[in-house]
Design a protein. Sequence first.
Lengths: 278, 274, 257
Amino acid sequence: MPIILENISFFYSRNTPLETAALQNVNLRIEKGEFVGILGEKGAGKSTLIKLFNGLLCPDSGKVTVDGLAPSSKEVKSRIGMVFQQAADQLFCRTVYEEIAFGPLNFGYSRKETEERVFEALEAVSFDRTMLSRDPFSLSGGEMQRVALAGALALRPDYLVLDEPITGLDPSGKKEILDTLKKMKDQGTAVITVTHNLKGFFPLLERIVLLREGRISFEGSREEYLETENVLLPPIASMIRELRSRGMPVNPAIFTVEEALKEILRVKSMIEKENSEK
Amino acid sequence: MIRLENVSYSYPDGTPALRNINMGIKKGEYIGIIGKNGSGKSTLALHLNGLLRPQKGKVMVRGMNTGDFSKLQVIRKIVGIVFQNPETQFVGRTVEEDLAFGPENLCLPPLEIRRRIDRALAEIELEKYRYHSPKALSGGQGQCVALAGVLAMEPECLVFDEVTSMLDPESGKNVLERVKRLHEKGKTVVHITHNLEELHAADRIIVIDRGRILLEGKPENVLSDPSLLDLGLTPPSLIELAEHLKKHGVVIPWDKTSSPSSFAEEICRLFLKT
Amino acid sequence: MQEPVFSYIPGKSFLHTLDPRTKLTAVMLLGILAFRTESFFGIGILFAFFVALTSFSGLPARVFLRAVRPMVLFIIFIFLAQLFFTEGKVLTSFWILHPSLEGLQNGFRLSARFILLLLFAALMTASTDPSAITCGIERMLRPLPLRWLGVNSFELATMMNLSIAFLPLLFERVERTKAAQASRGMYFGKNPFHSVPALAIPLIRGVIRDAEELALAMESRGYQGTRRTSMHELLMQRRDWISLLALVLFAALLLRF
């Protein structure tokens, strides 16, 4: 069963002169096990959109269901793990253990069950158990973000929803988070992330939703995204597109440096072969 | 223009942040400083106009020591810093008020303050937001206002500390364009970042790790240096690709790696001429 | 996002062009007046005066509603307290409560005074740029020997400006933290002993971090907490003096009643 959004509209400051539409007529369906990227400029409605999934916001019109249930139900909240940007605003416990255990305890799991989940989540973000007794605020930004992620994973969510999870982290911090997300996806968790870091996420995304001024302006696979006009692309993909527009016979679905290298060398040897045959 | 001599600094808890740094910044130069989080690069930035003072060694700005309290105001008029988070840099309720903050501290007369606000706003092309709250602007615009707030003090040297890391790529690009333009107008620029892609246009790049200068040189040499990977820094993907291609006998000249289109153009030229 | 306390609405009316110091003095004077006027007639005059000023200012009525609304409970409370706990001629009795006629009058008087105070203050804040208000306060405080308290008027003014500028950021932070915790099953409103620390800790840590960053940015832009100029030129003009004079005359007349 998926997350389904039907004809969603959402307004801020409804019925005041400051009324602004954050989302308009949005239809979206997210299946279990997908890796979806939600792209768009600041103010396009990305953060508003994900807050609808677990009932943090309620749409002014339209309907949201998660596995057929209303998003405000407790059941849904435990199926959706949400991680926001700036982990420092989300952590408040004295130890990493308490921090990760906070979610499961809130949902009424036993001490034993909670402990099991904490260990599992800790492993998922590649921390060892010495981490558990540390003060979350003594950690680096990247580590804090991983603790926040572990806090969401401890709920064993079917859907992991993230808002700019790697913004502001340095390259190694980014890599840790991306690796964990990939692992979760491989285990069957749906990962839905708001991001503007295409370079980092592009190799992982299966489907892309692009928001513009509160409307979905593109939705499709990343291969389709590459073919779309007027969208931002990471440097490699953008270079490949340039090559294609200049008539080079390269495969459009190239996302990483390694793939690009192979592809360019393949084309090179192909051209050389043709030339020698002539 | 700025000289650091044997600068060392430790955080209050004793961990060393900078160890024996020696470097000079010439007038009109565009310097890139890279390093991962916690490498000491932001601590270094704070030393450049006396927000932090070295525990050992000294920092000289146009012959003035930043340890000399009586010179601090002059030094801060010469070297301005734009920080990472636009939100925590705003002191005013409106853009205009925010831009006035620096000149007010310099005790300029009201008329001159307004003139400087006009000029700074024209520079960032956000005149129409003069009476808006800076917090209502987008991240990119906000960072431009923060930049204008520093420009209103008319400094000779601008330090940018991770100014794009909270922005989306489009606004980041916009801010970088302005940095480049200010450099072309003769400002000295010190650009601190962990995004190596931003430093293609720098005159010189300094790599900092654990408080020491690890590498220093022209961007074409530093950005393709394999030791960056060990530091957890990812080189720009086009430069990385060019390095790989070089091993296979496809040589892309440095200046063609700056943008996807020039890169693609070069590949076509190389492949199709044969 | 709302700005809860100050709600400046730019304009070009006579009130807008007055010097902030004039308006500050006027609000203080009118406040004293409201609390010194005993008769309902006097209070009525003050309300009329307020209505007249408002029509001058061209400000919409909702500004004033917004100013009074958060205080409504408080005003009702003092009204009821006066009504029931003033000794005097008993109107009716039920149970242990004996509202008196004097109580009714006192209640009306006191709540009317508070409302007047709020309204005049709202009139000032709505017609004056907040930074001009702080600038005005700074100028008025400058002759006072605040150094004894360890501050100077410049610091005080900057502090006021900053708190106005930082309120919205604080609210945003609370919202962010709340959303993050609600997603992890925290239910707000059920148990305040549980939810308050959970909100307060990240908030305080966040605010301290923000404050550190802000302090650096301010210092970097040359702030030293000493003498600084202002982009606002404060100049008491003839109309300021005339307005103040008129107000003093008005006050004297009203107090004669």
